[in-house]
Design a protein around this ligand. Structure first.
Ligand SMILES: C[S@@+](CC[C@H](N)C(=O)[O-])C[C@H]1O[C@@H](n2cnc3c(N)ncnc32)[C@H](O)[C@@H]1O
Length: 294
């Protein structure tokens, strides 16, 4: 079978299964099977797959046709310039979250603090913590998550991206995860910047999401409570105590959540609120300054 024929057959299988962008998915899976980049496959359409490769491709296509996310089938995804391993323990990092990582790096660059302390609240695969530790070399990054299996993946990702020595991981429910990091009698950690892409899907909406998300992303990474805002309420009321007086917080949020968040952070006296858009032009990131500053 030639690469051309494999691409045609793969696209047909994935189209029938209702996969979005079936041709692109088939190209990725064929490229993975033959150990080449997607563009290289497109330039070598007359090359042949051997019998072992055909078997492997069939099983990858079956998995994708059952709506397992492409990133799970391939085992990794790209986040900015980093390769991030993904398993069912972690949310697949989204392109929107790359915008949050860029905003965080810009905030750090403007702060003029040589060794800023940064917290990633709900780190999942570790994509944000890793891109910050790598993009701002002086930063001291802490990352917390409720899920131990997620933290194992995040630690592995920090290691494979060369920042394991500059990210400390903490397990626990929200900021309580940090209490064990602060021995009694020691001052509590204080951050220059907190970033978070918390769970923000309203509970009742989860069932209507694409199978790739509903059936494969961890429920605890999606569920933001009845109106999707539960974690922002915790951040609005608790995060100020973990920030330095003029510290910043940057959060990703979902469609239609901007008005509710503006009200929530205003009522809780956060300063200098602003929104940033994602690549499709939708309000996606909220940036606020600590209520406790000058
Ligand atoms: C939407 S995911 C974001 C993962 C990653 N930061 C990203 O942007 O791809 C939210 C993360 O918050 C974690 N989480 C959920 N409830 C939590 C809690 N009570 N305390 C700490 N982390 C929690 C989930 O396990 C999940 O990893």
């Amino acid at each position: 079978m030639t690469l051309r024929a494999a691409l045609r057959a793969g696209t047909k299988v994935l189209t029938a299964a209702g996969v979005e962008s079936p041709a692109l998915n088939a190209e990725e899976l064929v490229a993975y099977t033959v150990g080449r980049r997607r563009l290289e496959v497109l330039l070598r359409l007359d090359e042949s797959l051997d019998a072992g490769q055909i078997d492997r491709l069939e099983s990858l296509l079956e998995r994708r046709a059952r709506r397992e996310p492409l990133q799970h089938v391939l085992g990794t995804t790209a986040f900015l310039e980093h390769e991030i391993r993904v398993t069912r323990a972690v949310l697949v990092p989204r392109p929107e979250t790359e915008c949050l990582a860029r905003e965080a790096l810009q905030l750090l660059n403007r702060m003029n603090v040589p060794h800023p302390a940064v917290l990633d609240f709900g780190t999942g695969s570790g994509c944000l913590a890793i891109s910050i530790a790598s993009g701002f070399r002086g930063s001291q990054v802490h990352a917390l998550d409720l899920s131990l299996p997620a933290l194992e993946v995040a630690r592995g990702n920090a290691d494979r991206n060369g920042v394991a020595d500059r990210v400390q991981f903490h397990q626990g429910d929200g900021f309580a995860a940090l209490h064990t990091a602060t021995p009694p009698g020691h001052p509590r950690l204080q951050f220059d910047l907190i970033v978070s892409n918390p769970p923000y899907i309203p509970t009742a909406v989860i069932q209507s999401l694409d199978p790739e998300v509903r059936d494969f992303d961890p429920p605890a990474a999606l569920d933001g409570g009845p109106d999707g805002l539960s974690f922002y309420r915790r951040l609005a009321t608790e995060a100020g105590g973990w920030l330095k007086p003029d510290g910043w917080m940057a959060m990703e949020f979902g469609d239609d959540q901007a008005p509710g968040l503006t009200a929530l952070f205003t009522v809780n006296n956060w300063r200098d609120q602003r929104m940033e858009k994602d690549l499709s032009g939708r309000d996606r990131i909220l940036i606020v300054r600590s209520p406790g500053g000058s």
